[in-house]
Design a protein around this ligand. Structure first.
Ligand SMILES: [Zn+2]
Length: 425
């Protein structure tokens, strides 16, 4: 599967690349060095085909290069959101929406979401699960093949979840009557966890997403309650590692977080109710926390207005402020934090709204930007080619008005976006 996708990608690259490299000379008004957390002025970036080849004090552009004048803006690496749900219907008052939407329609909705996300300045996402299993794989491959505009995607394929757990579409029809593509990751024991993980990798998953505890936005589950056993999670982690990959765990509750860390996960999603012991364990094990500290406000406001299930609103109230306090504590204690927002819970494209919250809860703007660029690239194991504006890396860059190192709100209005050397906005 992977080999086939690679062959297609190589073939397209060959077709797209003429004899001489296409070069673009980008004049950056202010250029953000995310590694040092500083800005430099008077810098130009030479892009040849998909890659950055030079970053230098502006001089005469190379002959034949297209000159791009971004001198009125601050230029940063393309942003990375580690927790999106592009390939899904998105949250609404209608709990049955994912079932009423066919896999084919879901994929097309995903294409719409992908374009919006890219134009908002997010050139890479980690898409952490869809109710319609494998629609994310199809979307990733369509984007990689140049058929659909969107961010570079890393995808989970489906949720590894307990029956009736936070990764299932509960409360619509009896779960055993749901179509098979909605239950690809349902497991009853460690053996099934192993087998389902193998299945997802065989069908194109890049990593595995486990639902360790209940969810805010799933009927009949409680965020504080553990749902997958430590043995089941360990089985998933072992198989993921054997594939050269990793598992991340959706975990709100303190016990679920600790069990997931003991099982060997690479990152924890949400971490809403993490306790001091969990923070210490995450720090010691080098486990990343991806905490979506913006969307609680959206759920509370929009969910109340639109009449989302009262159970969702209650669970959201029980986790929102606790999660923000946990974020502040994690930051103070030096636990690794990377940027992920749960896009899909709120409308795609608003991803950058979370930066302001990260600053409000203790990060400097430079830290928040790094969490969504170099640190996010490090989490997914692609920091050699993504996450900063340096020679050799993919030419993923955005231009924003104002100075995001002073006001991170500037990141909410990307004026220009380049992905792998292609000007998309
Ligand atoms: Zn999510």
């Amino acid at each position: 599967m992977k080999r086939a996708a690679l062959t297609v990608a190589l073939a397209l690259t060959t077709l797209a690349a003429p004899a001489g490299a296409r070069s673009v000379y980008v004049n950056a008004g202010r250029l953000v060095d995310v590694t040092k957390g500083i800005e430099k002025t008077g810098q130009c970036v030479l892009v040849e085909d998909a890659r950055i080849t030079r970053v230098e004090a502006c001089t005469a552009p190379p002959p034949g290069a297209q000159v791009l004048d971004w001198s009125a803006y601050t230029v940063l690496p393309g942003l990375i959101d580690l927790h999106t749900h592009l390939a899904d219907t998105g949250q609404s008052a209608d709990v049955a929406a994912p079932l009423k939407t066919s896999p084919q329609a879901t994929a097309l909705i995903g294409a719409h979401n992908a374009k919006i996300t890219l134009e908002a300045g997010f050139t890479t996402v980690r898409d952490v699960g869809t109710y319609r299993g494998l629609t994310d794989v199809a979307l990733r491959d369509a984007i990689a093949g140049g058929m659909v505009p969107g961010p570079r995607m890393f995808v989970a394929g489906a949720y590894i979840t307990a029956p009736g757990g936070g990764g299932e579409l509960n409360g619509v029809v009896p779960n055993d009557q749901l179509p098979a593509d909605m239950r690809l990751g349902v497991v009853h024991n460690a053996g099934e966890a192993r087998e389902r993980t193998e299945y997802l990798f065989a069908h194109g998953a890049d990593f595995i997403k486990m639902i360790a505890t209940g969810a805010v936005l799933a009927i009949g589950t409680e965020p504080g309650k553990i749902e997958l056993s430590e043995d089941e999670m360990r089985a998933v982690v072992e198989v993921a590692r054997a594939h050269g990959s990793y598992a991340t765990a959706h975990a709100h509750g303190a016990e679920g977080i600790k069990a997931a860390i003991r099982a060997g996960v690479h990152s924890i999603e949400h971490a809403s109710l993490i306790d001091d012991e969990g923070l210490a364990m995450a720090k010691k094990a080098g486990v990343w926390l991806v905490m979506d500290i913006y969307d609680g406000d959206w759920i509370d406001q929009q969910g109340t207005k639109e009449g989302w299930p009262e159970e969702y609103l209650r669970k959201n109230r029980e986790t929102t402020e606790a999660q923000r306090e946990g974020f502040a504590k994690a930051l103070k204690q030096g636990v690794k934090l990377a940027f992920g927002t749960d896009a899909g819970v709120y409308p795609h494209g608003f991803n950058a709204r979370q930066f302001g919250y990260m600053v409000r809860y203790g990060m400097t703007p430079a830290q928040a930007i790094r969490a969504a660029t170099l640190d996010a690239a490090t989490l997914i194991g692609h920091d050699k080619e993504l996450g900063s504006i340096e020679p050799g890396k993919f030419a993923d860059m955005i231009a924003v008005p104002g100075d995001p190192l002073v006001d991170v709100g500037a990141l909410e209005s990307a004026a220009h976006v380049m992905k792998a050397g292609a000007i998309v906005k």
